[in-house]
Design a protein around this ligand. Sequence first.
Ligand code: NAI
Length: 251
Amino acid sequence: MKLLENKVAIVTGAARGIGEAIALKLAEHGAHVAFTYISDSSAEKAQALQQKIEALGVKGKAYQSNAADFAASETFVNDVTKEFGTIDICVNNAGISKDNLLLRMSQDQWDDVMNVNLKSVFNMTKQVIRPMMKAKKGSIINMSSIIGIRGNAGQSSYAASKAGIIGFTKSVAHELGSRNIRCNAIAPGFIETDMTHYLKDGDASKAFLEKIPLGRFGKAEEIADTTLFLASDLSSYITGQVISACGGLNI
Ligand code: NAI
């Protein structure tokens, strides 16, 4: 029996990077996976991912939906509930960074990052707890960041949004533990994706690597493994926690 046999999972922002790796990992372990992508330019990749998921013998479906938009999130969750019957696992993965020193940061840059990274988590969580409360079970996994724990120059908006996710996660765990709904966060360190393409640059890359005890950047699949653990019953007594998957960067 697979770890997530017959479970229904949703993943936001899954056309590439960590979200894509998570969608595939959950599907490999038996979950039916509905996922979102945002831009028209991602539609082809989203269709390809849907096919890869279905090739694993489970149901997969791509939805174009903006996680930062409250009404769109409500529509997405309603559509998935109609199509898949319920939602057991919600992975709030969608995120952006618009890095700038505070002196130069515009209000729009701040608002965009807070809306996509933090408000999206509220939007989606508020919707998925309805089917989860009905089913008397559920696992919500929010993608925070090591930057939300330690901060970083030039990343005040990103750090604030990711720290906000941690406070939100712990509060939801308190509110919904009695309903058998767990809510945890993952704090990845530096993971090789499009978001961190700048790490490939020689000097910056070396400086970062020196701070990581494991001596390398992480892979999207390693964050997917952590997600699988939190999604499955292997973590049935874990809620309100932040798991750092960062190669030891925060010690
Ligand atoms: P990425 O940029 O490759 O992927 C992010 C995905 O989210 C993209 O597919 C994008 O289209 C989607 N997205 C953006 N705005 C959206 C919206 N409003 N609605 C729906 N989808 C939207 O980035 P990556 O690296 O895969 O990051 C995934 C998550 O992991 C993000 O929340 C990020 O902050 C977090 N993270 C990443 C780290 C890294 O080193 N790559 C480290 C720590 C956290």
